[in-house]
Write a protein that binds this ligand. Structure first.
Ligand code: SAM
Length: 229
């Protein structure tokens, strides 16, 4: 389970009623049973159930993070596609996800949607034993995103044109990477030009046109394969 820092006091984890219900009724754990607890900020513990609390037994070493921090900037796809993007990209090790309001997708999601994506990221991080829960940023316009990027290497994936393949562009990477994926209708020329002016390198993901929800998986696979032993 994932806890907030205030739930841990002197090796005692104060479980919320929802966590107690989940552990005892859903997982059928009993007094003295062991569980793994994470704070989503890099710490994991082995603990055992003791009444309405869990007693910390030991801190665990977790080494499941990628050696580089990847920010996925992605134009919000229509429907519920973004749920799957957040879940899969969390499993693949993304550090943060920036939903982008692009020229061709101007729908502004409700605050409840943002809450939902953050919950999905926390569940996926727990499932894939990540040390950190990725940050799901507030949606921002494309211009805001590209002009404020702080990564050491920034790439924009473009399905048309003769650009370097991402796998060739990332041979020597370190530090932080930002990678931008466009909407169903693609980036507009204006967006591509603005990104290039902000030092984004346009890259290809191969000859086939991938769906907006498939492209981030291909991009993250290539980056993690390049930086993980
Ligand atoms: N009709 C759009 C076009 O021609 O650009 C297709 C957009 S595609 C469904 C959605 C996004 O996925 C693109 O904007 C791009 O960021 C990424 N993408 C899909 N296939 C790609 C490829 N082969 N190379 C690079 N990026 C790709």
């Amino acid at each position: 389970i994932t806890i907030t820092p205030s739930q841990l006091q002197q090796q005692q984890i104060f479980l919320t009623p929802q966590q107690q219900h989940y552990l005892r009724r859903v997982l059928r754990l009993c007094e003295g049973d062991r569980l793994i607890v994470m704070d989503g900020l890099g710490k994991w513990w082995l603990a055992e159930i003791a009444g309405e609390q869990a007693q910390v037994l030991e801190e665990l070493a977790v080494e499941t993070e990628l050696p580089i921090a990847i920010t996925l900037m992605i134009a919000l796809p229509k429907g519920s596609g973004f749920d799957d993007v957040v879940r899969s990209c969390t499993e693949m090790g993304v550090a943060s996800v920036a939903p982008i309001l692009s020229d061709r997708t101007l729908l502004n999601p409700s605050p409840q949607k943002l809450e939902r994506w953050r919950r999905i990221a926390a569940e996926a991080a727990e499932q894939s034993e990540r040390a950190f829960v990725p940050t799901i940023l507030e949606p921002v316009t494309f211009s805001h995103a590209v002009t404020n990027v702080t990564a050491t290497h920034s790439y924009i994936c473009e399905a048309r044109g003769e650009y370097d393949h991402l796998k060739n562009a990332i041979t020597q990477i370190s530090g932080e990477i930002a990678i931008a994926i466009g909407p169903e209708g693609g980036w507009t020329d204006r967006e591509l030009e603005e990104a290039i002016a902000c030092s984004f390198q346009p890259v290809s993901l191969g000859r086939r046109i991938l769906r907006a929800v498939t492209a981030p998986l291909v991009a993250l696979s290539l980056i993690s394969a390049a930086c993980e032993a």
